[in-house]
Design a protein around this ligand. Structure first.
Ligand SMILES: NC(=O)c1ccc[n+]([C@@H]2O[C@H](COP(=O)([O-])OP(=O)(O)OC[C@H]3O[C@@H](n4cnc5c(N)ncnc54)[C@H](O)[C@@H]3O)[C@@H](O)[C@H]2O)c1
Length: 249
């Protein structure tokens, strides 16, 4: 899991889980380029200072913002070794709603950020990874893609699409030495989850796990770091479900 001197880009860095990845990669010796929407710039700058990372404000659905981010990573560190595509519309989903009550705008927003944004990130870093002779891409899915949780049809569909994109990108980019995998977290007890789910729902999710406890952001770090490191070099196109034992793949 050697990440010393590697340059790792983490999107959605100001969110509950993204923040945890930034700290973990920085602690492992990586140069971290953290990014999140301009509205989160203040929190991002604070995080960057705490973790010793670089923060670049940007929207994952903007090719211009991606170009600026990759240029900054190249200027500061000369390379991009790994990308963690963590940004998503999650907390912003609001209350769970039946699919018959979702608007076309709701659907398009979620698919645009979660799927198109993930693809745009891959597209943006691939030239730098090719130039470096390889790279690691870790897309963040969700265990809901396998469980089919009701009230989140657009989100669940978006995460299933992320897994399909992961497999396709793995095949296309394998010849360049670039691995592409996904991590599918279970329900994490973070601020975003508490905003969307009752305490009773979170407790019942914890009780349904083989490892019957609440999941915290730190539970995801090992899998994400492994897939971003040299040790994960012969694993590609896979989705690793990290949910304490709910969905067995
Ligand atoms: N929290 C959970 O239980 C859980 C479970 C499964 C999967 N996930 C996934 O883990 C990841 C992180 O989740 P979280 O709990 O930290 O959610 P969160 O909502 O707290 O964080 C998401 C981050 O993405 C950013 N973001 C949203 N739209 C963006 C855009 N267009 N451009 C750039 N950044 C954008 C947000 O500003 C936010 O900081 C997401 O991909 C989420 O789908 C979370």
């Amino acid at each position: 899991m050697n990440l010393d001197g590697k340059t790792v880009v983490v999107t959605g860095a100001a969110g509950g889980i993204g923040e945890c990845y930034v700290h973990a990669f920085a602690a492992a010796g990586a140069n971290v380029v953290a990014t999140d929407v301009p509205a989160a710039a203040e929190a991002g700058a604070e995080l960057a200072q705490e973790a010793g990372a670089v923060f670049v404000a940007g929207d994952v659905t903007s090719d211009d913002d991606w170009a600026a981010l990759v240029a900054r990573a190249q200027d500061e560190f000369g390379r991009v070794d790994a990308l963690v595509n963590n940004a998503a519309v999650y907390q912003g989903l609001g209350a769970k709603r039946p699919l018959t009550e979702l608007s076309t705008d709701d659907w398009d927003t979620v698919l645009r950020v979660n799927v198109r944004g993930t693809w745009q990130g891959i597209k943006a870093v691939v030239p730098a990874m090719r130039a470096a002779g390889g790279g690691r891409i870790v897309n963040i899915s969700s265990s809901t893609a396998r469980m089919g949780v009701p009230g989140f049809a657009h989100y669940v569909a978006s995460k299933a699409a992320v897994e399909g994109l992961t497999r396709s990108a793995a095949r296309e980019l394998g010849p360049d030495g670039i691995t592409v995998n996904a991590v599918a977290p279970g329900l994490v007890s973070d601020e975003a989850t508490r905003a969307l789910n009752s305490d009773a729902y979170i407790a019942s999710a914890a009780g349904g796990r083989a490892l019957a406890r609440e999941m915290v952001p730190d539970d995801l770090v090992g899998a994400v770091k492994f897939l971003a490191s040299n040790s994960g070099g012969f694993l590609t196109g896979q989705t690793v479900v990290v949910d304490g034992g709910v969905v067995f793949t």
